[in-house]
Design a protein around this ligand. Structure first.
Ligand code: SAM
Length: 286
C-alpha cells in the first residue's frame, strides 16, 4: 500500500467537517429525485498515514496507522452518492484509488489521472447540466495554490454543486513578498491564476515613503495582515458564489496555514438556505 502523509492533527477537523456535511447532504437530498454526485478533485490515495509517537510511560511503541482520507470517507457515509469521481495527478495514488474501486464494486466510481482544473473545465462545459436533475458536492483539497479561478467559475456555471475548498492562505502570504519590487513575475502570475485578477496587488500593497539621508524613497510594500488578506479572499469568492461561509481557520491554534471555505453554486433561496444552515451548524461544532 502507498503511504500518503499529509496535513497534521488539524486534518482530522477538516475531514470530520467533510464527513458530517456529506452525511447530512445525502440524507437531506435522497428523496428529492436528484442524481447525487461526489467529486474529489484532489483525491490522494483514499487514506492518510499517520505516525503515533511512542509513549514510554504507557509502554507504547511508535505506531504507523492508516486513517480514512476524503475518498473513503465519502464512500463510507451511511447513504452513498449515486456517482463518484476521483481526480488525482499522481499515478501511484491512482493505483490505490483503483483498489478502492475494486473494493466498492457495486458503487459507480470514475477515476481520472489528470489535472483537476482540466477535468472540471471539461465536465462543466458539457451541456448536460440541469440543477433539477443533478446535485452534488465537490471537495477541493490541494496542497497549495493548484486551483485556478477559472475552475471555480466553471463549477459555478453548473448551479449544481456545493463546494468545500481548502484555501491555501499561507501559500498566498509566501508568494506575496513584503517588498513588491522583490516579487518575481512567476509569483505574480501564480496569484493571478488563483484569483483570476491582478486586483490583489491594489488590495495587498501600498506605496510608502521612507526617509533617506539625501532624498526620500518611495517603496511599494505589503501592508495587510493575514486576516485582512483572508477577508479579501472571502469577498472575492462572494463575487461568484451564491453563498460563502466564514472560513474555518486551520490549524485552529498557531500559525494559520489554510482557510476552509464552504461555497454554494445554486442560486435558489431554498438550496442556499438549507446548505448554509447545515454548513454553519457543522462549522460551529468545531
Ligand atoms: C492534500 S492531498 C489530498 C488528500 C485527500 N483529499 C485525502 O483527504 O485523502 C492533495 C492531492 O492532490 C494531488 N494533486 C496535486 N495537484 C493536482 C492537480 N492539479 N489535480 C489533481 N490532483 C492533484 C496530489 O498528488 C495529492 O495526492
Amino acid at each position: 500500500m502507498e503511504d500518503h502523509y499529509f496535513g497534521g492533527a488539524w486534518t482530522e477537523i477538516k475531514l470530520d467537517i467533510l464527513r458530517k456535511y456529506l452525511d447530512f447532504y445525502t440524507k437531506a437530498l435522497s428523496k428529492q429525485g436528484f442524481e447525487l454526485l461526489y467529486i474529489d478533485a484532489f483525491a490522494g490515495t483514499g487514506s492518510r498515514t499517520e505516525i503515533i509517537p511512542s509513549a514510554p510511560i504507557l509502554n507504547q511503541e511508535k505506531e504507523k496507522v492508516s486513517l480514512d482520507g476524503s475518498a473513503r470517507i465519502a464512500l463510507n457515509i451511511e447513504k452513498q452518492f449515486d456517482r463518484y469521481l476521483f481526480i488525482e495527478t499522481n499515478s501511484k495514488r491512482i493505483k490505490e484509488l483503483e483498489k478502492i474501486r475494486a473494493e466498492f464494486r457495486n458503487t459507480y466510481i470514475r477515476i481520472e489521472n489528470a489535472d483537476a482544473n482540466n477535468v472540471i473545465a471539461d465536465l462543466a462545459s458539457k451541456s448536460i447540466w440541469d440543477c433539477n436533475k443533478f446535485r452534488g458536492v465537490i471537495f477541493i483539497d490541494p496542497y497549495g495554490m493548484e486551483v485556478s479561478w477559472e475552475t471555480l467559475k466553471a463549477i459555478k456555471t453548473t448551479e449544481s454543486f456545493d463546494i468545500w475548498y481548502l484555501f491555501p492562505i499561507s501559500g498566498v502570504c509566501r508568494q506575496a513578498a513584503r517588498d513588491y519590487s522583490k516579487m518575481e513575475e512567476y509569483k505574480k502570475k501564480a496569484l493571478d491564476k488563483l484569483f483570476g485578477t491582478r486586483d490583489w496587488e491594489k488590495a495587498f500593497y501600498q506605496k510608502v515613503s521612507q526617509q533617506g539621508l539625501w532624498e526620500d524613497k518611495e517603496n511599494t510594500v505589503r501592508t495587510v495582515t493575514i486576516k485582512q488578506m483572508e477577508e479579501w479572499v472571502s469577498n472575492r469568492l462572494k463575487s461568484i458564489f451564491s453563498f460563502v461561509s466564514k472560513p474555518v481557520v486551520l490549524p485552529p491554534k498557531g500559525a494559520q496555514l489554510y482557510s476552509l471555505y464552504f461555497c454554494v453554486t445554486n442560486s435558489s433561496p431554498k438550496a442556499i438556505g438549507l446548505a448554509q444552515k447545515a454548513a454553519n451548524f457543522i462549522i460551529k461544532g468545531h
